[in-house]
Design a protein around this ligand. Structure first.
Ligand SMILES: Cc1ncc(COP(=O)(O)O)c(C=O)c1O
Length: 378
């Protein structure tokens, strides 16, 4: 029996998602005592104290199945965002939501549009479903080009993924750009409107950016729009796997049919409810990232390191004359985990998550050392 012959065609050459390495792995591999983890865009302030207290309080209930419909969580979200519960769905992280959308909508003859350098999970699920991936170039500053996207739409276009802000580039599209995009999509010459998936995983961090759009403002007018956000980033709950989405009642109803039962666990649900009501923690996290981002920009400028301004809690910087891979390894050896971006076609760039001031200071010290050592040896 050859397993390889039994695998579905679309799974045959799927690549394993390159998740950021764990600190335990790195310590073992490089014989390091301590590690600074700046590779997965987590919140360096962790989850809020209130949330952790609530998780502890509910640990005794883990023998029970969770509420599969997550009624209380949806009710809290509905209240916060002034929407009907029927317009809300949940998933075990944005990763599950992306997959649910693919399972629900993508047929083999469908074309799915993504921007170059956009979050890799989009292309993975397109491949998984055997649909056709259309990659649209970004503009010169690595920003998603929404007009270019409208131009490649045709009668086979089933969906478009837009991350705002995008990971890994950190760039965002403005209200004006997004409105024009939606207008152009509405009057396109094809009968069916494609599903527009707006991934706002870093929404709360981007709120301070000039003219940053809120996807929810466009929902009513655009029944083909799905907006989703996560508890993994600003809320500091990446380890619990919980995210939420907004869409028309009809789309939500179908999404619920493809979602595995109980996919969002009991602790994730209580943690999420507490987190969205803990405004203080969100504010503290926003302030820290805003301040530390300025610190990075100043230090990068001082050292003549090219970077892209980011609307999220991470920044990409150019590693030349070193390759991204080389810089990644040098940093690892010095005890700092970052994200190399070769699978995003950004071979000479590294993404660094904004951590605590102490972590960021250490990071800046280490990259300056690396560039200095390189220049001395060449
Ligand atoms: C743009 C984007 N979308 C979705 C996700 C998935 O996040 P999660 O599954 O933790 O909610 C991430 C995670 O890094 C992301 O950067």
């Amino acid at each position: 029996m050859k397993i390889i012959k039994m695998i579905r065609d679309t799974c045959y050459d799927l690549k394993i998602y390159l998740a950021g390495k764990s600190t335990a792995d790195i310590k073992r591999e490089f014989g390091l005592k301590s590690i600074v983890k700046l590779n997965s865009n987590e919140n360096s302030l962790c989850a809020s104290k209130k949330t952790i207290k609530e998780i502890k309080k509910n640990i005794k209930n883990i023998f029970l199945y969770p509420d599969s419909n997550a009624y209380k969580l949806k009710r809290s979200l509905a209240k916060k965002y002034q929407l009907s519960i029927d317009n809300i769905f949940i998933g075990a992280g944005g990763d599950e939501i992306i997959e649910l959308i693919a399972k629900l909508f993508f047929n083999q003859e469908d074309e799915i549009i993504v921007s170059k350098h956009s979050f890799t999970r989009y292309s993975i699920v397109v491949k998984l479903m055997g649909a056709k991936l259309i990659v649209v170039p970004t503009d010169n500053n690595l920003k998603q080009n929404l007009i270019a996207i409208t131009k490649v739409c045709n009668k086979n276009t089933k969906a478009i993924f837009i991350a705002n802000p995008n990971n890994p580039t950190g760039t965002y599209n403005t209200k004006k750009e997004f409105s024009i995009f939606l207008e152009k999509m509405a009057i396109n010459k094809f009968n069916s409107k494609p599903i527009i998936v707006l991934d706002e995983s870093y929404f709360e961090y981007a709120l301070s950016e000039k003219n940053y759009p809120n996807g929810l403002d466009y929902l009513k007018e655009n029944k083909n729009l799905i907006v989703f956000r996560t508890f993994s980033k600003i809320y500091g709950l990446a380890g619990l796997r919980v995210a939420y989405g907004f869409a028309s009642r009809e789309i939500v109803n179908y999404i619920e049919r493809v979602r595995p039962p109980f996919s969002v666990n009991i602790l994730a649900q209580v943690a999420a409810i507490t987190s969205i009501n803990d405004k203080k923690h969100v504010l503290k996290s926003q302030k820290l990232v805003m301040k530390e981002k300025q610190y990075f920009y100043i230090e990068f400028n001082k050292s003549n390191i090219k970077y892209i301004q980011s609307a999220a809690n991470f920044i990409i910087f150019n590693t030349l004359p070193l390759s991204g891979k080389e810089m990644f390894i040098f940093l690892l050896k010095k005890g700092i985990i970052t994200r190399s971006l070769y699978e995003y076609d950004l071979e000479n760039w590294i993404r660094v998550t904004i951590g605590s001031h102490k972590e960021n200071k250490l990071f800046i010290k280490k990259i300056n050392e690396i560039f200095k050592e390189y220049n001395k040896n060449t």
